[in-house]
Design a protein around this ligand. Structure first.
Ligand code: GLN
Length: 533
């Protein structure tokens, strides 16, 4: 069986250069040429996973099918490749140390001093090769978080240095991303930061094979030659990554720069001349030439940071494109909403999404926005906490249970319409203990969601502790809010709808995690369709 090839992606000069997007774009091109590719993210922080991180710190926490709470870059990988990732695709320093310390306690290293080299680096190498080990993938792209030179990323850099040496030069490749800043005063692009960043890599024993230079302006051939010469790389291995209006254009730009061909040549892999990017390009054409526009409000409490709702944002882009429509997303802070400004804030809005979240900050604003959507027949989508707020709103304003609430917000509420799940009751640890990952849901045929999915059995990803309290289900259904999706194994309510309303859907799961360029999520597609009408 052919050996899995490894590509290691590092970044220098600054963070946020788009390593994740470059990795995903390269993977897309290799996939389009017939290779089986996956992408892995190594994160240098000590948290075992980002599940315990506030979205302000690290953006959205992305949940995989197998229930791993992961870095948001995994969302990009899935959206670009349309192939699910798993826990093995995201490894943090915390996870590495946890595993090494567990082994030490078990006595696996008995007699030895446990050290960063070789024990931590061996564990990192093992985690990298885990993905390739079953020969499931032809190519594994491993993105190292952070910036070279950081103390935290040193063990990772050392591990991939060793790994290429062990695997052989044809089986591994280093791609390094840097920034070429533009100095407006002198009108010049500067390569010095790139040279310095490559020097840092060289000090750690790594000679990059390919450099990807992020820039605001075109790099001319003189500048490329200069970088090649000073950084000791081939001229065709100096790749320009110029700013673009949408991340979905980056694969096409990387194709123009022949990044995929250079990679395949260096890894001594055959080149399939037929590159299949047809549906990708069709998506791009629709994305860039919308015929309609729709204004959607995203009501949440982390709206200051666009990355906090990354997957929702992207799901709207996919769903908009397929509806030939530009989605104008209005980020509305739920704490800003009060009864008296509601109509003003939501003026001109054609659809309202209430976001997932935790804790009671801004909760009343969310409930007010839902009331407005329900009473004014404005399409509404509630996701996770968004659904739970819709339940509270309905209980208070339709059933007349004034003090109804979720026990997450009000432990002693007389009407606990949303309550802690039975299996969550004894749990006190916070990390990785929610109801996580993919669960089945059976859908009622006469429903908006059936019209969207066109299927009676679906699987969707979860991340929550609370659920709809089934004691109240009869009352809700008699008053017009119907459970149209139920978990067939444990009867938990997964979807609630108001059939009399134009389009009012609340889902306990997170549809946004499953939306990809090639497969926009049906719930988002129909929500946009309903909002457009
Ligand atoms: N806080 C709610 C719960 O734990 C909702 C979680 C979410 O929106 N992801 O059930």
């Amino acid at each position: 069986m052919p050996q899995t090839k490894y590509i290691f992606v590092t970044g220098g000069v600054t963070s946020s250069l788009g390593k994740g997007i470059i990795s995903a774009s390269l993977a897309k091109l290799l996939q389009a040429r017939g290779y089986n590719v996956t992408i892995q993210k190594l994160d240098p922080y000590i948290n075992v996973d980002p599940g315990t991180l506030n979205p302000y710190e690290h953006g959205e926490c992305y949940v995989t099918e197998d229930g791993a709470e992961t870095d948001l870059d995994l969302g990009h990988y899935e959206r670009f490749l349309d192939v699910p990732t798993s826990q093995a695709n995201n490894v943090t320093t915390g996870r590495i140390y946890q595993s090494v310390i567990n082994k030490e306690r078990r006595g696996d290293y008995l007699g030895k001093t446990v050290q960063v080299i070789p024990h931590i680096t061996d564990e990192i190498k093992r985690m990298i090769q885990l993905l390739g080990s079953k020969n499931k993938y032809d190519i594994v792209i491993t993105e190292i978080g952070g910036t070279v030179g950081d103390i935290e990323s040193l063990p990772y850099i050392e591990s991939v240095r060793q790994l290429k040496w062990e695997l052989g030069a044809d089986n591994a490749l280093y791609i390094h991303l840097t920034l070429v800043p533009y100095l407006a005063a002198s009108g010049e692009l500067k390569t010095k930061p790139t040279q310095h960043s490559v020097k840092v890599l060289l000090e750690n024993g790594i000679q990059p094979d390919i450099l990807v230079l992020r820039t605001e302006h075109e790099l001319n051939s003189d500048l490329r030659r200069k970088v090649a010469l000073f950084c000791n790389v081939d001229l065709d291995s100096v790749i320009q990554s110029i700013d673009v209006s949408t991340i979905y254009e980056v694969p096409v730009l990387m194709q123009k720069e022949k990044l995929d061909l250079t990679v395949l040549r260096k890894l001594k892999l055959p080149v399939n001349e037929n590159i299949d990017l047809e549906s990708w390009n069709k998506f791009l054409i629709r994305l860039k030439n919308p015929k309609h526009k729709v204004s959607i409000a995203l009501v949440g409490k982390y709206v200051e940071l666009p990355d906090a709702y990354k997957s929702i944002n992207e799901a709207f882009i996919h769903a908009g494109a397929i509806n030939d429509c530009k989605v104008d997303l209005h980020l509305i802070h739920s704490e800003d909403i009060i009864e008296s400004n509601l109509a003003e804030i939501l003026q001109g809005i054609q659809g309202i999404l209430v976001a997932p979240g935790f804790g009671d900050r801004g909760i009343e604003g969310k409930i007010l926005a839902i009331k407005y959507a329900r009473e004014n027949n404005i399409p509404f989508l509630g996701i996770c906490l968004g659904l739970q707020c819709a339940v509270v709103e309905f209980a208070r304003n339709v059933l007349g249970y004034d003090k109804a609430h979720s026990t997450e917000m009000e432990r002693k509420t007389p009407y606990p319409v949303i309550d802690l799940m039975e299996e969550q009751k004894g749990i006190s640890e916070k990390g990785g203990t929610m109801r996580l990952g993919s669960y089945a849901c059976k859908i009622k045929k006469k429903s908006k969601v059936y019209a969207a999915y066109k299927s009676e059995l679906i699987n969707e990803r979860h991340r929550h502790r609370y659920e709809f309290n089934n004691t109240y289900l009869d009352e809700f259904e008699k008053a017009g809010m119907i459970a149209t999706g139920i978990n067939p194994d444990n009867n938990l309510v997964e979807i609630l709808e108001i059939p009399k309303h134009k389009w009012f859907v609340g889902v306990q799961f997170h549809p946004e995690y499953r939306s990809t360029v090639i497969n926009p999520h049906p719930i988002f597609v129909d929500f946009i369709k309903a909002s457009l009408e």
